[in-house]
Design a protein around this ligand. Structure first.
Ligand code: IMP
Ligand code: MG
Length: 190
């Protein structure tokens, strides 16, 4: 894994052991992914669906860089985790969208794709509502943890089996406010 030193590291939170992405790197990722998205969706009716709450910071940076003519924003929320670091496997949609999808290309924006349980379920739901297409943009991808057959279309950084927090990503609802992403010390969650 490529770990860069940056502004975040000077004030590294005491519960973290290493920075995975500092603010500069996070900004580069939004630049890169938004230019791919702008190219792929330039003539399309696009609906960006942010998955609450983990995606908020990434979504905010990415969405303001999307410059296609026909672009809308909605949010969904789902839960498959309790307060631990392991998915319970059962997905529940806790906030849904009402939009008619039959004339829209949906782009799901997520913080991290782990087992794939959450997005596998959400993607199936959106496809069953006749969306023209459903793609996934995730800031982090942990392919080594995948249990469902799902591959993201746009990926910021591929990571190993580590628990990371910051920039929207949480452990037990904490650390979302950090402006960088780092590895949580195992003693915090074990
Ligand atoms: P999945 O359903 O197992 O793919 O889990 C996806 C959700 O689990 C993400 O949206 C996160 O909320 C949470 N998650 C998985 N891995 C991490 C991590 O390393 N840090 C913080 N949250 C994580
Ligand atoms: Mg979470």
């Amino acid at each position: 894994m490529n770990v860069k030193k940056g502004r975040g590291e000077k004030h590294l939170h005491k519960d973290l052991c290493e920075v995975i992405a500092d603010e500069a790197r996070l900004s580069e990722i939004s630049n890169r992914l938004s230019s791919e998205i702008n190219n792929d969706y330039k003539d399309k009716n696009l609906l960006v669906v942010g998955i609450l709450k983990g995606s908020i910071m990434f979504l905010s940076d990415l969405y303001r860089r999307i410059d296609t003519d026909n672009c809308r924003l909605e949010f969904m929320a789902a839960s498959s985790y309790g307060s631990g670091t392991v998915s319970s496997g059962t997905v529940r949609i806790t906030k849904d969208i009402a939009a008619d999808l039959s004339d829209k290309h949906v782009l799901i924006v997520e913080d991290i794709l782990d087992t794939g349980n959450t997005l596998f379920y959400i993607k199936e739901q959106l496809l069953s509502r006749d969306a023209l297409s459903v793609r996934i943009c995730t800031l982090f991808d942990k392919p080594c943890r995948r249990t469902k057959p799902i591959t993201p279309d746009y990926v910021g950084i591929t990571v190993d089996d580590l628990f990371i927090v910051g920039y929207g990503l949480d452990f037990d609802e904490r650390y979302r406010n950090l402006p960088y992403v780092g590895v949580l010390k195992p003693e915090i969650y074990s």
